[in-house]
Design a protein around this ligand. Sequence first.
Ligand code: NAD
Length: 316
Amino acid sequence: MSKIVILGAGNMGTALAVVLGEKETNEVVLWSVEEDVVADINSNNTNSKYLEGVKLRSSIKASGDLKTSLTNADFAVFSVPSNIVRVVAEQAKGLIPEKAVIVDIGKGLEKNSDKRLSEVLNEFFPNPIVVIGGPSIANELGRKAPTFVVFASEKEDVLSSAKSVFETDYYKISLSTDVVGVELCGALKNIIAIMAGVVDGLGYSTNTKAGVISNGLEELGLIVEKMGGLKSTVYSLAGLGDLVVTCTSPHSRNRRFGELIAKGKSKDEARELIGQVVEGEKAVVIAKKIIDEFKLDTPLIEKVYKIIVLNEKPDV
Ligand SMILES: NC(=O)c1ccc[n+]([C@@H]2O[C@H](COP(=O)([O-])OP(=O)(O)OC[C@H]3O[C@@H](n4cnc5c(N)ncnc54)[C@H](O)[C@@H]3O)[C@@H](O)[C@H]2O)c1
């Protein structure tokens, strides 16, 4: 039996609970600070706030008590927005058992410190860390759409045990030791997704969208390699796969953000309509620092910076 505690019962945390709940050998606990969400899961086996229309296995339990939730955990999965990872890590410090593997499904970089999320978690825990990348929209995964992801860790033995616990017939896991590349792809593709949304908002079509995806991939490659990741990761599920899904899915909040801006909404109006964090907004500021430092030729990312940070007129 493996006990998996998911920290954050939002859109992705709940979808992952559906996946993990497929195995009778998994004990799944969803921890949330939202009392209504905890009650909904425990009373109705649903999380209608974050994953409407999906029934959870009755064996999946929710709790608002972090200490009890984490007792005897084999895996602690962080499934909160990137700006909340540090907040939850501070509370979980000393509560995650020594034997547990920490998994981060969050995509983004920490504002102010510019750190990757595994770097933030490393500050708090000595435990091995696995990061998840690849095209995995929670609303689709929660409805059991076949989904291909990549798990990355520096420790290969940890990767194989995580795969055996998390993989199902519709959640297919590839393994990688390129933690830097997987995390950077997951964070930086959101910038390109904003430009894909601008394409949609301006009424352009597939020629332009495909160009943005292709040029965006090249630019991701330049940054990832410069920061110590592998070029091959950029062409894998973590890079190309995630880029295609975020640039084309109607669910992608970064793509929608770009679309709304191109249709004349202000950033505040766009954020309010989306109602969740738009990770690409932060990522483009961090990417711009890297681009300037290393003098990289990345016109598409520069353009997103001009539109989002300098408020220039949206254009491709
Ligand atoms: N939704 C997706 O399709 C998807 C896909 C891949 C990766 N991700 C990543 O997963 C992470 C979570 O995304 P999501 O879509 O589930 O977000 P969400 O907004 O649906 O859920 C966020 C969760 O964080 C919790 N939370 C927020 N502030 C908190 C605080 N101060 N203390 C404790 N808990 C707090 C909320 O209660 C909620 O459970 C993000 O980093 C995102 O990039 C999401």
